[in-house]
Write a protein that binds this ligand. Structure first.
Ligand code: URA
Length: 457
């Protein structure tokens, strides 16, 4: 499959320049009027964006036309856009190593799933070659979490990425070199032109990078809920289906799970704190919701990779990687291979930098928790210094929040509801109030939402 794409990516059609008789304004106007764009036009347009021949003001106008277009970009147009974006830079080919798995989360609060799922999968002899991103706003990023391990490198080059996938069977790093540069241009313009929230643009952005980074087996974790990009199940379903269709169109093995983000996943939110929770989970001592989510995602990956005949068997194999310690062993292998201090596995609290804890207590009426607002928790961690308000901001790995609240839990005045980690006394009061106000408590029991809403195949 990858070879086919690489061939395709290098082909004359994908390298098409915008024909001299087609002007940028024609592409923008056609898009605005809902007229179908041909493959040649889309490839030419994306090449023009990458080379700079198409100017930022023209790209911005086109992005707005895509967002507002009725009917929206078709499946074929979205696939062509994705392939043109993937082919705008280097396209890695990992097919020589057989099945190489990847996972992608659309972003959430407390989502440290990769840190546990990748070792679980690798421990079942399925190679994991993953490129991750950084956090922005209320959502965290895997690279920032990994960088809280002293010495851990997330800047591997292409050769190091390929060698580690082959020899160690697990690698999680930042994007290498020149991957999908068209997405770099488009994403930075979307960010400042109010054109982020378009399903074809989000799907093409995510899938172009996934295709270019070389894995051939992919489980997408599309989050839905108040703390996610996608607020409704319908939107999440549409995004998931669009991305699955794109992957399938080039022969990738891909499914999507739609998982809940109406409350933080697990307890820890903040970089070092999340690494600590991930290591505890690999040792069998993780929060139940986070552990269960990891088991599910990892089982989906090895099922897709053909390592089990059904989900029950897959779950059994994954659970064994925890009880037998093999997933923890793979995590150690990855930390060592990427230059991190592997003592973090045995004594995480001594190695990770963690700020001073401050307990937060509940002060309202007794009852049941109905909501734990993930935005409030995510933004509190960000304001403590653990996240970025804008791209490029520096962050503090040691700060964050550990929440002790889950929807459906019974609660009474004086109960511990969270712990704030900061060395900055001036931030304690504001963060305490935010956490207290971030939960809603009522007299009646509220059933917790399902962890996984549905699977899109
Ligand atoms: N993540 C991406 O990589 N691109 C988007 O457009 C949205 C989320």
């Amino acid at each position: 499959m990858r070879a086919a794409l690489v061939k395709y990516a290098g082909s004359v059609e994908l390298k098409t320049e915008l024909s001299s008789h087609i002007k940028p304004v024609d592409i923008i106007t056609k898009t605005k009027h809902g007229e179908t764009l041909s493959q040649e036009e889309i490839f030419g347009w994306v090449n023009g964006i990458t080379s700079g021949k198409v100017k930022d003001y023209q790209t911005s106008a086109w992005l707005m036309a895509v967002c507002l277009r009725q009917p929206p970009l078709s499946k074929d147009e979205t696939v062509d856009l994705t392939l043109a974006m993937a082919a705008s830079g280097e396209v890695l080919n990992l097919d020589e190593f057989g099945i190489v798995a990847d996972k992608h989360s659309s972003g959430g609060v407390g989502d440290k799933t990769t840190l546990v799922v990748a070792p679980m999968v690798a421990a079942c002899d399925v190679k994991v070659g993953k490129m991750s991103g950084r956090g922005l706003g209320h959502t965290g990023g895997t690279l920032d979490k990994l960088e809280s391990i002293p010495g851990f490198r997330v800047d591997l080059n292409k050769e190091e990425f390929i060698r580690q996938t082959d020899k160690v069977g697990i690698v999680v790093t930042g994007q290498t070199g020149d991957l999908a540069p068209a997405d770099g241009v488009l994403y930075s313009l979307r960010d400042v032109t109010g054109t982020i929230d378009s399903i074809p643009l989000i799907a093409a952005s995510i899938m172009s990078k996934k295709i270019a980074s070389g894995a051939n087996t992919l489980v997408l974790d599309v989050k839905v809920g108040s703390g996610a990009f996608m607020k409704t199940l319908d939107e999440a379903r549409e995004l998931a289906k669009t991305m699955v269709d794109i992957g399938r169109s080039i022969g990738m093995k891909v499914i999507a799970e739609i998982s809940d983000m109406n409350q933080p996943l697990g307890e820890a939110v903040g970089n070092s704190l999340e690494v600590l929770e991930a290591i505890n989970t690999l040792k069998g001592n993780g929060p139940p919701d986070f552990y269960e989510h990891c088991i599910d995602t990892a089982a989906q990956i090895i099922l897709l990779a053909g390592k089990a005949e059904n989900m029950e068997v897959a779950r059994g194999l994954i659970e064994r990687t925890i009880t037998e310690g093999t997933a923890l062993g793979k995590f150690r292998d990855m930390v060592r291979a990427q230059g991190g201090d592997e003592n973090v596995v045995d004594s995480p609290e001594d190695i990770l930098s963690i700020a001073a804890p401050h307990d937060v207590y509940y002060e309202g009426e007794d009852g049941y928790i109905g909501e734990v607002d993930p935005m409030v928790i995510g933004l509190t961690a960000m304001r403590l210094g653990g996240g970025r308000e804008k791209k490029g901001d520096s962050i503090d790995y040691s700060v964050g929040v550990v929440t002790k609240c889950k929807v459906g839990k019974q609660i009474k005045k004086g109960d511990l509801i969270g712990v704030i980690y900061t060395d900055d006394q001036s931030k304690i009061e504001e963060s305490t109030l935010a956490i207290q106000n971030g939960i809603t408590v009522g007299k009646d029991f509220v059933a917790p939402p399902p962890l996984i809403h549905e699977i899109i195949e």
